[in-house]
Design a protein around this ligand. Structure first.
Ligand code: A2P
Length: 274
């Protein structure tokens, strides 16, 4: 079975470089089947959120699997309407109950809600101090959001999960996160499936005898980016983790890096309304 390598976070916790993203898996049976399959073939990380309405299935999949809880890295996130200090603590309790777990590996502010995200992070920090989470983090934070969080935090976020795909390479944010020991996770690493037909990527995939999805996921990995590709299709779930036995050359990496056009498929954290 393929072993997925881990990134050592700034507090020493090991976070797998690749996990199953479960956004839009709202059909309980479909979600459960995808998660069970992923754990069966060797995934050791699942990325959910209160918003996704499938935390119950995440817990269920873990219990149905033959994998020990400690070997699985579970991420969940506090939704926008639950932000603020006390509200976040309450939202966390609800998530924990739905998951049926005793702790969460990584807890994130889902979006930087103006006027609230700093307090939200302070609550996440408290959950970390209380050892209810192993890693405190944020999602969809631009540099200026991170700077506001740093100004009030005792412990800096250790992960920032953002939209990152070949057409949105996030170079400046990645460099800033590296300087500050923040690991970067890409959500929609495959651009929601919308970059899979790209001619440059297709060409590289043909040279390597791999799929375009595998080439993109490998590009992320070689850029030191953690990914959480979403799929409900068993063959794709398996295919997406087979990226640790080949390499993109420096030239192929450069070609991939040049695809950036700062194009978002999701919302801009400076301008979201939900
Ligand atoms: P499906 O879930 O039907 O298998 P992202 O993680 O960037 O949001 O991309 C998710 C989308 O990409 C989903 O529509 C998923 O479809 C599709 N997808 C995931 N893995 C692959 C793959 N290996 N090949 C083709 N499409 C994929």
């Amino acid at each position: 079975m393929t072993m997925i390598p881990s990134k050592t976070l700034t507090n020493g916790v090991e976070m797998p470089y690749l996990g199953l993203g479960v956004y839009k898996m709202t059909e309980p049976e479909v979600a459960l089947q995808a998660m069970v399959k992923a754990l069966e073939v060797g995934y050791r990380a699942i990325d959910t959120a209160a918003l996704y309405n499938n935390e119950t299935e995440v817990g269920e999949a873990i219990r149905q699997s033959n994998v020990a809880r400690e070997e699985i890295f579970v991420t969940t996130k506090v939704w926008n309407t639950d932000q603020g200090y006390d509200e976040t603590l309450r939202a966390f309790e609800t998530s924990l109950k739905k998951l049926g777990l005793e702790y969460v590996d990584l807890y994130l502010t889902h979006w930087p809600v103006e006027g609230k995200f700093v307090d939200t992070y302070r609550a996440i920090e408290r959950l970390y101090e209380e050892k209810l989470i192993r890693v405190p983090g944020v999602s969809n934070h631009h540099i200026h959001h991170l700077e506001k969080v740093f100004a009030k935090a005792n412990v800096k976020p250790m992960v920032n999960q953002v939209e990152l795909q070949p057409y949105l390479a996030q170079e400046e944010l990645r460099a800033f996160c590296k300087e500050n020991d923040i690991a970067v996770t890409a959500w929609s690493p495959l651009g929601q499936g919308r970059v899979l037909e790209d001619a440059v990527i297709t060409d590289i995939a043909q040279q390597l005898g791999k799929s375009t999805a595998q080439v993109i996921l490998r590009w992320h990995y070689q850029n030191d980016v953690i990914t959480i590709p979403k799929s409900v299709t068993p063959s794709r779930i398996e295919q997406n983790m087979q990226i640790f036995d080949f390499e993109l050359s420096a030239e192929q990496m450069e070609k991939m890096n040049q695809l950036n056009k700062n194009q978002r498929f999701g919302s801009d954290p400076d301008n979201f309304d939900f």
